[in-house]
Ligand binder design. Sequence first.
Ligand SMILES: *Cc1c(COP(=O)(O)O)cnc(C)c1O
Length: 387
Amino acid sequence: MQHFYFDHNATTPVAPEVLRDLTATLVEVSGNASSIHHYGQAAKKKLENARREVAERIGCDAKEVVFTSGGTEADNLAIFGVGRKAGRAVKHVITSAVEHPAVLSACAQLEREGSEVIYLPVDGDGVVQLDELKRALRPGTTLVTIMHANNETGVIQPIKEISALTHSCGALLHSDGVQTGGRLPVSVKELGVDLFSISGHKFGAPKGVGALYVRKGLSLEPVMFGGHHERDRRAGTENVPGLAAFGKAASLARDWTEFAPLRDRLEAGILARVPGSQVNGGGAKRVPNTTNIRFDGVEGEAIVIALDLRGYAVSSGSACSSGAVEPSHVLLAMGLTPAEARSSVRFSLGPGNTVEQVDGLIEAVEASVAHLRRISPENTAGEKRPA
Ligand SMILES: *Cc1c(COP(=O)(O)O)cnc(C)c1O
């Protein structure tokens, strides 16, 4: 059986051009980038080349790029780096209810350490409301952390406007840009962020490499302590092959806007062929590769499994913790009921997807949902069965 991948927001395969750089560096560049000898200098050169490539991709200076082990660590470094910084008497942090767990869990930890954290609500499309931010900001606010695009729905937040409000209050702005950085032409300067997280494996680099953009002049409290790597902002011997691949993936400068027609075809096809289907966040500005659709009366998890059996890999936004499927916090924050949230499925496209795959997926979704509704004891597709 053939398998088709529609879960690019979870991770992407390593791009062929990137694989060459990854393996060549692994084989040929064995040194530690901190060593002064020939081997060390060759590693250092690779590392700094990668830093330039990543910086160029997000529109900043190479010195403003701190390499990390991925998006999660970049988020943690931003939040704890600012949130724990000595000298700021009032610790007040603002985030949103729809952030990635890397941000939400870091903020929850700051709360346990004595900071006050405000979780901004979102509207029905998942967009942070600027007047809510205005209300929450105060002179002592240390940090605002709002994601650029949501990983479950693809909904884009108004970061430029958020930046203006945040800075007018003297606070710093971090944005989790893992779903946009490296995929879309993003400029951190244009967005007006002070800190911006990206992750290599979301755009064709291997897992375990990422970066935090740290605006020039901004000093951070480290999260990892050790040697003087990354200009004292992140200790630990650099993953040179992984980072070389990260730089290569960034330099390919692929624009995922090219997947918009495929996403639109998928979305329109499903909405037309599956009764009781609706797009979550469809009224907002979204990234071009993502659609999140709910199917009345069917468990998203069951759809994911049914599609997997037909060869299509998709995701239900719900996290499976302690054996129980919990409804997505993102969809709940958008006002969906737990049942609606649980009936949602995320389709995320990327390199390798074709029109034929999309058409096959539409058929598979139609057949899977129809089957699940037939066998459901509730059978709530459209009309209820008489008791
Ligand atoms: C994947 C993802 C992360 C985590 O990145 P890792 O590199 O997997 O740690 C953080 N934020 C968002 C929005 C993501 O999609």
